[in-house]
Design a protein around this ligand. Structure first.
Ligand code: SAM
Ligand code: SF4
Length: 335
């Protein structure tokens, strides 16, 4: 049998055209759902990809069909050489985007524009300053909110990620949707997911169904429009008639969208993760540094990708601490 030439196609027929690159394990916030309070052990700097290595690895993925690259972290903008990374990646024929907590994004407006980065996903879990401080363990609400408005004013395409947590911010669902009345943003409610050290339990998660119960209780049926989701979209998209923006739910826990998954993840220390939930990793950086081709390593990693959520195909398995605690903390995966 001849070997499939497409190294980014897995055994379930999924093609991977989207690479998310984590640039850094550090962050200027400390979100409790993302990292343990005591922090995470950080890889020594020499174990992290340099900008040249990021470029080399990205180039290989693009050669094999990647058309979208999203930079994430930790907080990608905290990385000192971010302008050079953007400059290098902007030479590749890809749509380049970034996920940021927006604390310092006002300093990067020009550099983002210069390198064609138009799509920004920013994290904002509460519209209440005290609650923001509680969940992020830092008092930065005012600047993040101001920066969200600045990005909109500067013409960026802005999505706002809200991780919903029971008894914390579920009472803000409608406030967030009301933001879309005058702001042309997409608010994306994310089901709280389990990762190492984030004290997840099913009871803390607000499900897609629960979000829609709040929505149905607050808006009339005729005004709630179900939008067409884009191919490979991870979210279920909605709009309130007449509102400038829209909202969506990312339901990785109650409604996994693995069938259409086209994503691969590269950690800041050069490990390829074939799934957000997978506890296995493939070491591209050591292979690159030893002068060998990373292509066979990529092929093997992609072929090993399991059909659903790194093998946690049922809610029961997802709730099994020994299964999800083998994974990294989200801060070192890159959301
Ligand atoms: N620092 C940047 C930020 O916060 O946008 C980028 C990295 S962050 C890890 C990427 C995304 O992952 C954020 O939108 C964050 O809300 C989300 N995230 C982190 N931990 C999560 C969890 N346990 N469940 C669901 N989403 C999570
Ligand atoms: Fe930092 Fe983003 Fe994680 Fe919050 S979600 S701690 S901002 S990496």
């Amino acid at each position: 049998m001849s070997e499939n030439k497409n190294i980014l196609q897995d055994l379930h027929g999924r093609n991977h055209a989207y690479l998310r690159i984590s640039l850094i394990e550090r962050c200027n916030l400390r979100c409790s759902y993302c990292m343990p309070e005591e922090g995470v052990p950080l890889a020594p700097k020499s174990h992290l990809m340099t900008y040249e290595e990021i470029y080399e690895i990205a180039k290989t993925f693009v050669k094999h069909g990647v058309t979208k690259i999203r930079l994430t972290g930790g907080e990608p903008l905290v990385r000192k050489d971010i302008p050079v990374i953007l400059e290098k990646l902007a030479t590749l024929p890809v749509e380049l985007s970034i996920t940021s907590n927006a604390v310092i994004i006002d300093k990067f407006i020009d550099v983002l524009k210069e390198h064609g980065v138009n799509k920004i996903n920013l994290s904002l879990d509460s519209l209440d300053r005290e609650k923001f401080k509680y969940i992020t363990r830092r008092d930065q609400f005012d600047i993040v909110y101001k920066n969200m408005l600045l990005l909109i004013e500067e013409g960026f395409n802005v999505k706002v990620n809200v991780v919903l947590i029971k008894d914390f911010n579920e009472n803000e669902i409608i406030d967030f949707i009301n933001l879309t009345k005058d702001l042309p943003i997409v608010v994306r409610f994310i089901e709280f997911m389990p990762f190492d050290g984030n004290k997840w339990d099913m009871g803390k998660m607000v499900s897609y169904a629960e979000v829609m119960t709040y929505v149905n209780a607050s808006f009339s049926k005729e005004n709630i429009q179900r939008l067409q989701d884009a191919p490979n979209d991870t979210s279920k998209n909605y709009k309130i008639s007449g509102y400038k923006g829209s909202f969506a739910v990312i339901s990785s826990v109650t409604n996994p969208f693995c069938d259409s998954c086209n994503r691969l993840r590269l950690t800041a220390n050069g490990q390829l993760k074939n799934c957000l939930f997978s506890s296995t990793e493939s070491d591209l950086l050591t292979t690159l540094r030893s002068g060998n081709s990373i292509e066979p390593v990529i092929r093997k990693a992609v072929q090993a990708k399991l059909k659903v959520r790194g093998g946690m195909d049922t809610l029961e398995k997802l709730q099994e601490p020994k299964l999800h605690n083998n994974n990294r903390s989200m801060i070192t995966i890159g959301g």
